[in-house]
Ligand binder design. Structure first.
Ligand code: HSE
Length: 312
């Protein structure tokens, strides 16, 4: 019998992890930035990365984030077929907007679809975390969960893995500045202190709780006052040129809050309404244009869906 190959092409979104106060637990999904992936079934067993465009990444399955994530699912499902993965990378590695998570989430989502959806989103998150782990040298799901579930997510625990989907207030927009420098997640984790002061812990968990409440109640003022990170930002902001100036410009232009996206160097702002987001974007553009550092600036609605199928 001749083998009839199936394929799926998808958009795998960029994400903002931490969301200021929620280090390693909170994240949200972007709509206007992401990778494309094309995954095909093959009669030859195994996982092969057959094309990578955009950035120089390893083709060897065991060294590629998408490959490792796909292998985790593949070894569990043990199908009688194989898969070929093409990656059209638009999210720069080391950007702080979930580049590795997009690759990992996209590959497991695609395999699951092509196998007839045997796994739920939490199971896919667990497989994708294996891929993310080779990029950041630790397992965390705060980029993968929003990439797969969409919207805002809170990773309640890693073992057992429990992801909570949080509601997204309708008028919320994100502006993301991406200075074109690379910060490795492993390095920006290494500079963090191993212990935190009790007064900082109290402020931080109060902010996480109130941010979650604000999302549930569409309370933009509460959201704004919760977007505050007293634990991680003071250390990591030193790695990001002109962070304080950008934050000040964003807040003065009307942003609800502004902080480091994931492990940086990207900086996110959350805004109420598209007009406000445009103003914030313009102010950040003016501010960063004078630094001489190349940058990209994205304005995005929160993506409620996560990974999207383009065709299959
Ligand atoms: N929560 C992670 C960190 C996200 O901030 O290190 C980066 O992938």
């Amino acid at each position: 019998m001749t083998f009839k190959s199936k394929h799926i092409r998808l958009f795998s979104p960029a994400t903002v992890a931490n969301v200021s106060c929620g280090f390693d637990v909170l994240g949200f999904c972007l709509d206007s930035v992401g990778d494309e992936m094309l995954v095909k079934t093959s009669s030859e067993k195994g996982i092969r990365i057959t094309k990578i465009e955009g950035f120089d990444l390893p083709y060897e399955t065991e060294r590629n984030v998408a490959g490792v994530a796909a292998l985790a699912l593949y070894e569990d499902a043990k199908p009688e077929i194989g898969f070929e993965i093409e990656i059209y990378k638009h999210i720069k590695p080391g950007s702080g907007i979930g580049s590795s998570a997009a690759s990992a989430a996209g590959s497991v989502f695609a395999l699951n679809q092509l196998l007839g959806n045997p796994y739920n989103l939490t199971e896919l998150t667990a497989f994708a975390m294996k891929g993310e782990a080779i990029a950041s040298q630790c397992e965390h799901a705060d980029n993968i969960a929003p990439a797969l579930f969409g919207g805002f997510t809170l990773v309640k625990s890693i073992a057992p893995l429990k992801v909570l989907e949080l509601p997204t207030p309708n008028a919320l927009y994100a502006v993301v500045l991406h200075p074109q420098i690379e910060i490795k997640t492993s390095e920006s984790r290494a500079i963090l202190p191993k212990t935190v002061a009790l007064n900082h812990a109290i402020t931080q968990w109060s902010n996480v709780g109130s941010l979650v409440h604000a999302l549930h109640t569409n309370d933009y003022d509460l959201l704004s006052s919760s977007l505050n990170d007293v634990i991680v930002e003071p250390y990591r902001s030193k790695l990001i040129p002109h962070f304080d100036a950008v934050k000040l410009a964003a807040i003065e232009a009307g942003a609800l809050g502004c902080g480091i996206s994931g492990s940086g160097p990207s900086i996110f702002s959350l805004c109420k309404g598209e007009a406000s987001a445009n103003q914030v974007k313009e102010q950040i553009q003016n501010k960063y244009a004078s630094t001489g550092i190349e940058f990209e600036l994205h304005l995005s609605k929160i993506n409620a869906e996560g990974v999207k199928i383009i065709d299959n």
